[in-house]
Design a binder for this molecule. Structure first.
Ligand SMILES: [Zn+2]
Length: 253
C-alpha cells in the first residue's frame, strides 16, 4: 500500500521543476512538451530529462541588476524583419506564431533565422526577483543549430497595437491553427531601444538543450490588461521556474 503510493509521488518530486505540465497545478499528471517536435507526450523515460534536471546552464534565471557585468563589446542587435504572414498555433504549451525563413537577426557576424515567437505568463525571467506580466520569446536559430532568443518583458498598460491581431486570434483549442490572412512586421513589436541583458542558457522546455544565447531587452513593452487576460484564459501559467546561474554572469551593453 505504502510503496504503491510512494512511487508515483517520488517520480513526481524528481521531475518537478523540469516537467512542463499542461495544467501546471497538477504536477502528477505527467505531460511533457517537446520544443523540437511540438508534441506533448506522457510517461517519457526519466533518462530523457538529463539536461532539464541535471544541467548547470539552465534557463530562465533571476537577473540581479547589481551583479551585472557591463561589456561594451557585446554586439548590437541588427534585425532583418519583413512583413510576414501571421499564422498562429496553439501547441498545448503556449500560443505561437510561426514564420518561414524570411526574418532574421544578426549578432556580430552571425545570422540567426527567426523560427517563431510565443508567449509566457508570468514572465520566465525575473528582474531583481520580480516577474513581469508576460514574456514574449522570438526564437532564432543559426546554421550550427544554436539559438538566439530575443525576450521582451511585457507589463500591463496601453493596448499593444502591433500585437492586436495576434491577441484577437488566439486559438484556444489544442493544436488549432488560425491563418489570419494578415501580415505582421516584427519590428513593430520591438521597443525603439534595443539595449539588453545577455547570458548563455537553455531552452525552457524539454529537451532543455543548453545552446541558447539569451537576449533580454531592457525596455519593457506595454500590453493591455485585456490582452493579458485573453492569453491567461488559455494558459494561466506556462512559465518555468528560475534556475541558478552557477558560474555564469549576466552581461549588459
Ligand atoms: Zn519561451
Amino acid at each position: 500500500m505504502t510503496s504503491r503510493l510512494l512511487l508515483p509521488l517520488m517520480s513526481c518530486l524528481y521531475l518537478v521543476g523540469c516537467v512542463q505540465t499542461k495544467h501546471y497545478k497538477n504536477t502528477q499528471h505527467l505531460e511533457i512538451y517537446d520544443e523540437k517536435t511540438e508534441n506533448v507526450s506522457e510517461n517519457k523515460l526519466i533518462e530523457n530529462f538529463n539536461s532539464c534536471s541535471n544541467g548547470k546552464k539552465q534557463s530562465p534565471v533571476n537577473i540581479v541588476t547589481s551583479e551585472l557585468k557591463t561589456n561594451s563589446m557585446l554586439p548590437k542587435i541588427e534585425t532583418n524583419y519583413q512583413l510576414s504572414p501571421l499564422i498562429i498555433k496553439n501547441n498545448q504549451h503556449t500560443i505561437k506564431a510561426k514564420f518561414d525563413n524570411i526574418n532574421s537577426i544578426t549578432l556580430g557576424k552571425v545570422k540567426y533565422s527567426l523560427l517563431q515567437f510565443h508567449l509566457h505568463t508570468p514572465s520566465e525571467h525575473k528582474l531583481d526577483g520580480k516577474n513581469s506580466d508576460l514574456e514574449l520569446h522570438l526564437v532564432h536559430q543559426n546554421d550550427s543549430g544554436e539559438y538566439a532568443v530575443l525576450a521582451i518583458l511585457m507589463r500591463s498598460g496601453k493596448e499593444n497595437l502591433a500585437l492586436k491581431q495576434f491577441f484577437e486570434n488566439l486559438p484556444n483549442e489544442d493544436h488549432a491553427i488560425v491563418n489570419t490572412n494578415l501580415k505582421i512586421n516584427l519590428n513593430d513589436i520591438l521597443p525603439s531601444n534595443l539595449s539588453y541583458y545577455s547570458y548563455f542558457g537553455s531552452l525552457t522546455t524539454f529537451p532543455c538543450d543548453e545552446k541558447v544565447n539569451w537576449i533580454i531587452l531592457k525596455n519593457v513593452v506595454e500590453v493591455s490588461e485585456e490582452q493579458i487576460q485573453k492569453f491567461k484564459t488559455i494558459f494561466p501559467n506556462n512559465a518555468r521556474d528560475t534556475h541558478p546561474l552557477n558560474d555564469r554572469v549576466v552581461e549588459t551593453n
